[in-house]
Design a protein around this ligand. Structure first.
Ligand SMILES: Nc1ncnc2c1ncn2[C@@H]1O[C@H](COP(=O)(O)OP(=O)(O)O)[C@@H](O)[C@H]1O
Ligand SMILES: [Mg+2]
Length: 356
């Protein structure tokens, strides 16, 4: 198994900085997901690992070896693209074998054995004689993965491999990728803009924003304790709510000060709470820290409901029971799960304090 080390990696396109000072240690055998909005530098980072893009600054080690300036074929990696990039005029069999026939010195028997093994693993043996235009999107995706598998790479790179598939197939392919990772025990770096994919697939996730790495951690760790407001908003659906710090000389403010000290509360702060970390109360005597609000609407999804609550100038989303008795215009009190409160700097967005 092979570790990957990105040390102060930057990528500049003339005057545009696509990736800046990226430090990331991908452990051997890990399923690392790079996640962030479109244009944040995910593909550029992956392409630098693959050797398809020059590294402007910094050092890249794969398996302890400095490959910053190595050719792609010297890196022992395989990459699967969103577009599949299959050869349309070749059969599935040929698509999978072609790279090895062209660039490796493997015997034909060995290549054949590898193609058969990969086809079996991916359940595409019956498709080996077809051409790409005779395959569904999901089948094409398998062929693209198969073509990477036959090379027996030490590292697998995936760039949004499931984006062209419908929702049901995406869920299915997620479990297949998980199984593949478990069976092969190889290192995977996987790029996606989809936070659900990141949460469900990653051993760890690395969240990027505008060319910078914001946070690296286990999915639930990032979900519970996001390093800044960007990560807090980006990871989790529906999004985290941001609530104002209660006025001075109120019990809520006093409680916050007692918990976190004036430091956190003095300069402009906001409190981050997820929809499941707030409760709606109709009590006349509110808890020490609470907000008064008015129900706007309730969206009942079957197993649960989300209530949209107006608090001052902003809307807050609260998860409730599906049959919660709530109606529009009703005045309520919002009470946070105290142990989950996160305090963010309202100007810089940084997490000032918060428990997991
Ligand atoms: N060949 C290129 N020339 C100039 N700018 C580029 C090039 N490739 C990517 N970029 C820019 O670099 C930034 C990051 O792009 P990319 O890595 O593709 O983002 P992502 O994969 O996260 O959507 C974007 O602003 C993009 O426009
Ligand atoms: Mg991309």
């Amino acid at each position: 198994m092979t570790a990957i080390s990105l040390q102060g990696i930057s990528k500049r396109y003339r005057d545009h900085v696509a990736v800046e000072g990226l430090d990331l240690e991908v452990q051997a055998g890990e399923f690392m997901v790079l996640v962030g909005p479109s244009g944040c530098g995910k593909s550029t980072t992956l392409r630098m690992i693959a050797g398809l893009e020059d590294i402007s600054e910094g050092r890249l080690l794969i398996g302890g070896r400095d490959v910053t300036h190595a050719e792609p074929h010297e890196r022992d990696i395989a990459m699967v693209f969103q577009s599949y990039a299959l050869y349309p005029h070749m059969t599935v069999h040929m698509n999978m074998a072609f790279g090895l026939l062209r660039t490796s010195r493997l015997a034909r028997d060995e290549i054949e054995a590898r193609v058969q093994e990969a086809a079996q693993r991916l359940q595409i043996t019956e498709l080996l004689q077809r051409r790409p235009n005779e395959l569904s999107g999901g089948q094409r995706q398998r062929v693209a993965i198969g073509r990477a598998l036959v090379r027996k790479p030490k590292v697998f790179l995936f760039d949004e491999p499931l984006s062209n598939l419908d929702a049901k197939l995406r869920t299915h392919m997620r479990s297949e990728l998980e199984r593949l990772h478990a069976e092969l025990g190889i290192t995977i770096v996987y790029v996606t803009h989809d936070q659900v994919e990141a949460m469900t697939l990653g051993t760890r996730i690395a969240v990027m924003d505008r060319g910078h790495l914001c946070q690296v951690g286990a999915p639930m760790e990032v979900y519970r304790r996001p390093a800044n407001r960007f990560v807090a908003s980006f990871i989790g659906s529906p999004e985290m709510n941001f609530l104002p710090v209660p006025e001075a000389l109120t019990p809520g403010r006093a409680w916050l000060n007692a918990q976190y000290g004036d430091v956190a509360i003095q300069h402009c702060a906001v409190l981050g709470l997820r929809p499941e970390e707030l409760a709606i109360s109709v009590e006349q005597v509110p808890a020490p820290l609470s907000w008064r609000g008015v129900v706007q609407r309730v969206e009942r999804l079957g197993a649960e409901a989300y209530a949209q609550i107006r608090v001052g100038e902003s809307d807050v989303l609260v998860r409730t029971e599906a049959d919660a008795v709530l109606e529009a215009e009703q005045a309520i009190v919002l009470e946070p799960e105290l142990a989950r409160i996160r305090v963010f700097d309202a100007h810089t967005g940084a997490l000032l304090t918060g428990r997991v």
